[in-house]
Design a protein around this ligand. Structure first.
Ligand code: SAH
Length: 258
């Protein structure tokens, strides 16, 4: 905490709302949502999650819903700060886990710098839900010794990831889980191919855990065709690796293309 503010001035809960299915909320998340007087809600938060909010709570949608551009980050931070300082119980609801590609780190820093206490409540991140949705384990004692969660979307102006290096790591037996990868599919496919065979299994899971969930099982080489044919798009996670082999035996839902 900033030395100028030894006693917290207000408190904000950064709460993971999970991938969409309200049953995947943690008990802590439900308690925080119930206690909130103001909720700032991201786009990817499932509607069912808001059933736990008090009737009197003020709910502010700060995503792109309704065709609006998403609310600028600085504005969201200002709003949280203002409401917390006014004594409101502010819950910032984020899809998945607040600290996995959710800008939760930036928000926590900004609030703490102003002397506001921050509580973080974990949520089930989309990558976990996506794997489970298709019946794939993310690790396996025989062929997957770890998992990499990466984003296909670099901050504007920043260099993206080196996909060939990630492909080489995947070839060592690490499952690769890619968030925000659909728009970058051609780039990441080309990079990964430098290190992985085209036959490497790949799954695309859209809207994991929601009623509208859709998925397809393909290969690294089949990625672009599959995205086009199945019309899969955001929000989606790509899973790459040997853990997907034999998925039919593991109960891959029938929509999956072979
Ligand atoms: N904090 C979130 C990630 C936010 S980044 C988390 O932990 O899950 C937004 C990206 O997450 C989306 O572009 C998509 O890649 C992924 N995502 C979020 N919800 C998803 C869902 N229900 N199914 C598939 N992917 C999802």
């Amino acid at each position: 905490m900033n030395a100028r503010h030894d006693t917290p001035r207000g408190r904000v809960w950064l709460v993971g709302a999970g991938p969409g299915d309200p049953e995947l909320l943690t008990l802590k998340a439900v308690r925080a949502i119930r206690g909130a007087t103001v909720l700032l809600v991201d786009d990817l938060v499932g509607d069912g999650v808001l059933q736990y909010a008090r009737k009197s709570a003020r709910i502010v949608h700060v995503g792109k819903r309704g065709g609006c551009r998403s609310t600028p980050q600085a504005f969201i931070e200002q709003l949280m700060l203002r409401e917390a300082l006014a004594g409101e119980r502010v819950v910032r609801l984020k899809g998945g886990d607040p600290f996995v590609f959710g800008r939760g780190g930036e928000e926590a820093e900004a609030l703490r710098a102003q002397g506001v206490a921050v509580e973080v409540v974990n949520g089930i991140t989309a990558g976990l839900a996506a794997a489970t949705a298709i019946g794939a384990p993310l690790t396996h004692r025989e062929h997957a010794h770890g998992v990499m969660f990466v984003t296909g979307h670099a901050k504007d102006g920043a260099a993206g990831l080196d996909w060939a290096v990630l492909g080489a790591a995947a070839a060592q037996g690490l499952t690769l889980v890619i968030y925000m990868g659909v728009a970058q599919a051609a780039t990441l496919q080309a990079g990964l191919r430098a290190a992985l065979p085209g036959s490497t299994p790949l799954a695309v899971v859209q809207s994991a855990s929601r009623p509208e969930q859709r998925q397809a099982l393909t290969t690294l080489d089949g990625l672009l065709d599959t995205l086009a044919r199945e019309r899969l798009g955001s929000p989606a996670v790509l899973v790459v690796g040997e853990v997907l082999r034999g998925l039919a035996a593991l109960g891959m839902p029938e929509r999956a293309a072979a």
